[in-house]
Design a protein around this ligand. Structure first.
Ligand SMILES: [Zn+2]
Length: 239
């Protein structure tokens, strides 16, 4: 390839590399993985609270069952005469039995109030666990997709870098240095081509005298008199 063609290809490669870098930085999977992680963290916090609530209700229900058991035991003892206290009369015994019956009733009443609460909290817990699983799967899928996309970009970047090395080695060092300087100055687009009598990047029509001078010099590569980019006049030296 001629110097002019190599220079143009070098420019193309560098623009491709810039684009790949941007594409990699903007891969949507990155944000989706972050979002799934943030959501998982939030759900984990919720789940901790829900499990705490569930355990509290279970403890209350358990305590009520134990109390009920205790009161029932006392009732049986009174009824079977094994209670460790003698009642002065039947009335007193009846009174105690009715007190215990009321306490048992209260235990049942409180338990009945707690059971729907337990159901609600158990449902919330199941939902939170299902959401956790779903978010984990989402995170894994996005991470996988991200890795695949990055691998594709990396392969492309490696191929371009290899070709770039070959081209840089084929070009005169001075031209490479000029190109690098122009690339830094113009944020990437260092080379332009002459289309008719207009450079492709700055698009300022060359004065007829400049145009004639450039044509007459026979140079394939020169400097744009306006924007000072590297100006590829022709790639006819190709063959
Ligand atoms: Zn120009």
């Amino acid at each position: 390839m001629s110097e002019a063609s190599n220079l143009l290809r070098l420019q193309e490669i560098d623009l491709e590399l810039m684009k790949s870098k941007k594409t990699a930085a903007a891969l949507p999977q990155r944000a989706r993985v972050e979002a799934a992680r943030a959501a998982s963290k939030k759900v984990a916090g919720e789940l901790t609270k829900i499990v705490g609530q569930r355990k509290d209700i279970e403890i209350e229900i358990n305590d009520l069952a134990e109390s009920k058991e205790f009161f029932s035991q006392k009732m049986t003892e009174i009824q079977t005469g094994t209670y460790n206290q003698d009642f002065r009369n039947a009335q007193e015994m009846e009174y105690n039995l009715s007190l215990l019956a009321k306490k048992i009733e209260k235990c049942d009443f409180d338990t009945d109030k707690l059971l729907p609460q337990l159901e609600t909290v158990e449902r919330a817990e199941a939902n939170a666990r299902a959401l956790t699983d779903k978010l984990e799967r989402e995170e894994a899928a996005q991470l996988d997709s991200f890795k695949q996309a990055m691998a594709q970009i990396t392969d492309k970047v490696k191929a371009l870098a290899t070709e770039r090395e070959r081209i840089v080695a084929a070009l005169p060092a001075k031209m490479v240095a000029d190109y690098e300087a122009a690339r830094a100055r113009f944020g990437g687009l260092a080379v332009e081509t002459l289309v008719g009598n207009r450079p492709s990047a700055c698009r300022v029509t060359l004065q007829p005298s400049s145009f004639t001078d450039i044509r007459r010099s026979g140079a394939e590569v020169t400097t744009c008199p306006y924007c000072k980019r590297i100006l590829v006049v022709s790639t006819e030296g190709e063959e």
